[in-house]
Design a binder for this molecule. Structure first.
Ligand code: ZN
Length: 136
C-alpha cells in the first residue's frame, strides 16, 4: 500500500530504549505519568510543533495548546489524523481514553472531554513524551 502523503514520515526512526532517558522510557514505554507541574512544557508558550520524543512524529501545534490548570501540557486538538491513536483505558479504577503516538505506539497521555471550544477536548500530555520544534 502506498500513499504519497506518507512521504513526510519516511524519515521517522523509532529510538531504541537506551536512546531514551529513564523518565522518557518510563512514560512512553511503561505508561507512567510525570508528576503534575514538573514537566518542561507545562507553561511553555513557544510557537512551534510538538513531536513524539521517541520517533519524531508531529503531534500537536502550539497554537492549540492552552493552560488547563491540570499541571500537564494540554491541547484541544491533534495536529493531523496521523498524529495519535486512542485506546480505552480502565486502569487505576478510572474510565479514561489513552493517547499514543500513531507512528510508534509511545504512551503520551490521555484525552478528556472537558476541553475548550471548538473541540471540547483536552489532550493531557506528558512533557517527557514531547519534543518542541520551534517555528523559525
Ligand atoms: Zn512516536
Amino acid at each position: 500500500m502506498t500513499d504519497n502523503n506518507q512521504s513526510d514520515n519516511g524519515s521517522l526512526r523509532i529510538k531504541a530504549p537506551d536512546e531514551l532517558t529513564p523518565e522518557q522510557f518510563s512514560i512512553c514505554r511503561l505508561k507512567s505519568t510525570e508528576p503534575p507541574f514538573t514537566g518542561k512544557y507545562v507553561d511553555c508558550k513557544s510557537d512551534g510543533i510538538y513531536h513524539c520524543v521517541c520517533c519524531g512524529n508531529a503531534l500537536f501545534d502550539s497554537k492549540t495548546k492552552y493552560d488547563s490548570g491540570s499541571g500537564w501540557p494540554s491541547f484541544w486538538q491533534v495536529l493531523s489524523e496521523n498524529s495519535v491513536a486512542e485506546h480505552a483505558d480502565i486502569t487505576h479504577g478510572m474510565r479514561r481514553v489513552e493517547v499514543t503516538c500513531k507512528a510508534c505506539d509511545a504512551h503520551l497521555g490521555h484525552v478528556f472531554t472537558d476541553g475548550p471550544a471548538p473541540t471540547g477536548l483536552r489532550y493531557c500530555i506528558n512533557s517527557a513524551a514531547l519534543h518542541l520544534q520551534e517555528r523559525a
